[in-house]
Design a binder for this molecule. Structure first.
Ligand code: 3PG
Ligand code: 3PY
Length: 207
């Protein structure tokens, strides 16, 4: 199964209020060079948005974020999500993600959560909320005792701070909303989203 962490250095975390925005938004992100897109299950429009992108934007790798229940896992995969992301995890959620057949990133913010996931055979995870939970210093500290864990830090990351995360050996990609600002979506300013995506896509992961 392909790793979510290796899809792209930067994963836009999208909140969609109107499913009609999904396809033009995804096209703008892909055109800007960000093919892996996480649509969060936070709005009533999210599943329709995933369905529309899966059907109409073949160059996108559409995933679901804020997947916090086994019902959410099933609904997201049925809608066409090709990866699943959660800000945290429980045993029940992890079982559903493992059974889903698609790659997934459960979320962690403490050392014990990382150890518990490693114990369950999962070594790739979201680090959320990255800045609030300790940022690059925390991830650097984890690399000593837990070098087998790899992360997609998300939460409070910006164009300016992303390179310091992407330079860490235990970081595969970063997530963020900075290239999909709510006001750009509300005003359907897809050219701005594409420009922000292009700027983000110019950030590279470690060689
Ligand atoms: C979120 O919680 O919406 C995202 O994970 C991170 O959002 P941010 O990049 O705006 O902090
Ligand atoms: C999620 O909502 O899935 C997160 O990981 C936070 O961005």
């Amino acid at each position: 199964m392909p790793s979510v962490l290796d899809l792209a250095p930067v994963v836009p975390v999208v909140v969609i209020e109107d499913a009609a925005d999904a396809v033009p938004l995804a096209r703008a992100l892909v055109a800007g060079g960000l093919p892996a897109i996480e649509v969060t299950l936070r709005t009533p429009a999210a599943l329709d948005a995933i369905r529309a992108i899966a059907a109409d934007v073949p160059d996108a790798v559409i995933g679901a974020g804020t997947v916090i229940s086994s019902g959410g896992v099933g609904a997201a995969v049925a809608a066409g999500a090709r990866f699943l992301v959660s800000p945290g995890w429980t045993e029940r959620l992890l079982d559903a993600m493992k059974a889903s057949g698609v790659p997934f990133l459960p979320g962690v913010s403490t050392t014990s959560e990382v150890v518990a996931l490693l114990e369950r055979g999962v070594s790739e995870m979201k680090f959320f909320p990255a800045e609030a939970a300790g940022g690059t210093a925390y991830l650097t500290s984890l690399a000593g005792p837990l070098p087998q864990a790899r992360f997609c830090p998300t939460g409070g990351i910006s164009l300016a701070s992303a390179p310091s995360y992407l330079g860490l050996g235990n970081v595969g990609c970063v997530g963020g909303t900075w290239m999909v600002p709510a006001d750009a979506i509300a005003s359907k300013d897809w050219a701005r989203v594409e420009a922000l995506a292009a700027e983000a896509a110019s950030l590279r992961g470690r060689p």
